[in-house]
Design a protein around this ligand. Structure first.
Ligand code: GLN
Length: 241
């Protein structure tokens, strides 16, 4: 579909921070934005690249501790740019490894600290066991959110963020306080891989809506046939942890 209304999606660190299906988030965003009538440009950003001039949505995925080490210096370098975009209301979705590094730090199992960009008021320390399995979350804004988690990090929220939702089944941020994810401005941070957006297309539409309102002043959603997404949600919600 060709449209003069273009949205640019930037995928942060597509080489090193992109596991457990996180790339599916970009595919779903692109396709749904096209169905809603926009043309879409996807830019994969990796260490050393020049940061794109025009950015409408930012997506980042998870990664191994070693991947987080690899991209950290570059992330700190573009941190001020990400702060500026976030404060302006740019919609941002960061999963697991990048969720952690959008916070203050991630202290790994071997005790070293990977400093983050402190855009989300969260702190993460690796716990003794990995938190792995299917997860269901209830969120005021998005209803039931379904995904899959696999992390050693236990994340604790500070006063400047709100949780994305409450854990119904699974571990979430730390397995203790029943919270999952973090919200600040138009940022969603979450541990949910799976990937998240194919099973939760209403979150993809919310990201597109924010981007469209920021850029064009309005958003007129099209009706999308979500039968397959709904079946995937039902199936995933029934799977054992
Ligand atoms: N390495 C981090 C952890 O284990 C992030 C994992 C991930 O992104 N899935 O907590």
């Amino acid at each position: 579909m060709s449209s003069t209304r273009q949205l640019t999606i930037v995928q942060l660190y597509s080489r090193d921070m992109n596991i457990y299906g996180d790339h599916g988030n970009v595919l779903v965003l692109k396709r749904r934005a096209e169905w809603h009538g926009y043309s879409v440009k996807v830019i994969e950003y990796n260490p050393g690249d020049s940061f794109p001039e025009s950015v409408d949505i930012i997506i980042g995925g998870g990664g191994q501790d070693s991947g987080q080490d690899k991209i950290q210096a570059d992330l700190l370098k573009i941190g001020p740019k990400l702060h500026e975009l976030a404060e302006k209301g740019t919609p941002i979705l960061v999963i697991c490894g990048l969720y952690q590094l959008f916070g203050k730090y991630f202290k790994t199992q071997d005790g070293h600290i990977i400093e983050g960009i402190n855009l989300l008021d969260i702190r993460t320390t690796a716990g003794p066991e990995r938190l792995i399995g299917n997860i269901v979350v209830e969120s005021d804004q998005f209803g039931e959110i379904i995904g899959y988690e696999n992390h050693s990090g236990q994340t604790f929220l500070g006063a400047k963020v709100k949780p994305l939702g409450n854990v119904i089944r699974g571990a979430g941020n730390n397995g203790g306080d029943d919270w999952e994810g973090a919200r600040y401005k138009n940022i969603i941070g979450s541990y949910l891989h799976g990937s998240l957006l194919p099973k939760n297309p209403h979150i993809a539409d919310w990201l597109i809506e924010q981007a469209a309102i920021n850029k064009f002043g309005n958003f007129e959603p099209q009706v999308i046939d979500d039968r397959f997404a709904n079946l995937a949600r039902e199936h995933a919600a029934k799977r054992p942890r």
